[in-house]
Design a protein around this ligand. Structure first.
Ligand code: DC
Length: 246
């Protein structure tokens, strides 16, 4: 498939699923291969979680309605940019209110804050246009998250939902932490993953779940290369079909 065949409308590929299932690796590789833009929607919720914690909102004892209002106001007040750190670099810097906070938002703790603020519908609404606008003026977009296929881009021609057992994901995360020279406790990592899954999939609004037309891939026993190969095949079939090119 030549990339020029996909230039008419923005071609959107959604990659949803639980944390640690390999969404980020797959999204980056697909976007690079196709020359598409990339949306890391988890980073947006991490930004809100991080800023909310900085401002003491997560220790706030206000009732949920007031807290939701404060979080929505905070979200609306943020100026957010994603920026490639260097030309040809895979690293994307996250700039919030002109400050680079990339190094602060990737921790497990901020993942938990993100999951907590993400349950509030008004926070989700405040981030919706920003996400939709990522598909404007680009030839294609690969969007990574929990509700990309169900809420943000419901008309995307190719929707993938990656699943993997909590144990497989915990093992990967544990090894990543160990390889980075950090101390980690496997059972603690597993417990965090299970707690985050539970919150993300049981919330009332935009719960993490596959869209009816999503293709579910279990990455528990597949490596990143095998997952990419499966999705690449689907990409060729679905995106070309969508444009009546096959
Ligand atoms: O993908 P991630 O681990 O960076 O996401 C962090 C949290 O943000 C995740 O636990 C739930 C929330 N999130 C969400 O609710 N909707 C999305 N589209 C992406 C992330």
């Amino acid at each position: 498939m030549s990339n020029s065949t996909l230039t008419s409308n923005p071609a959107i590929i959604t990659i949803d699923g639980a944390s640690g299932a390999g969404k980020g690796t797959l999204t980056t590789r697909l976007a690079d291969t196709l020359g598409y833009a990339m949306l890391d929607s988890g980073a947006l919720y991490r930004i809100v979680g991080f800023m909310a914690n900085e401002q003491g909102l997560l220790d706030d004892n206000s009732d949920d309605t007031l807290l939701e209002e404060k979080l929505a106001n905070l979200t609306q007040s943020l100026t957010i940019h994603f920026q490639k750190a260097k030309q040809n670099s895979e690293h994307i810097s996250v700039i919030v209110n002109e400050q680079d906070i990339s190094d602060f938002i990737r921790t497990e703790k901020v993942g938990e804050y993100a999951s907590k603020v993400a349950v509030f519908p008004k926070v989700r609404t405040a981030l919706l246009d920003l996400q939709k606008n990522m598909a404007v003026g680009v030839k294609g977009l690969v969007a990574d998250g929990r509700d990309m296929g169900t809420v943000v881009f419901p008309n995307a021609p190719l929707k993938i939902y990656l699943v993997a057992s909590a144990q497989a994901r915990a093992e990967r995360r544990f090894n990543q932490l160990k390889n980075a020279g950090k101390t980690a406790d496997y059972n603690e990592v597993l417990a965090q993953i299970i707690a985050r899954d539970e919150r993300d999939s049981s919330r009332a609004v935009a719960p993490a779940k596959p869209a009816d037309d999503a293709i579910v891939i279990d990455s528990s026993v597949l490596n990143a290369e095998q997952v990419f190969a499966q999705v690449w095949q689907l990409c060729q079939e679905r995106l070309c079909q969508e444009r009546n090119l096959v």
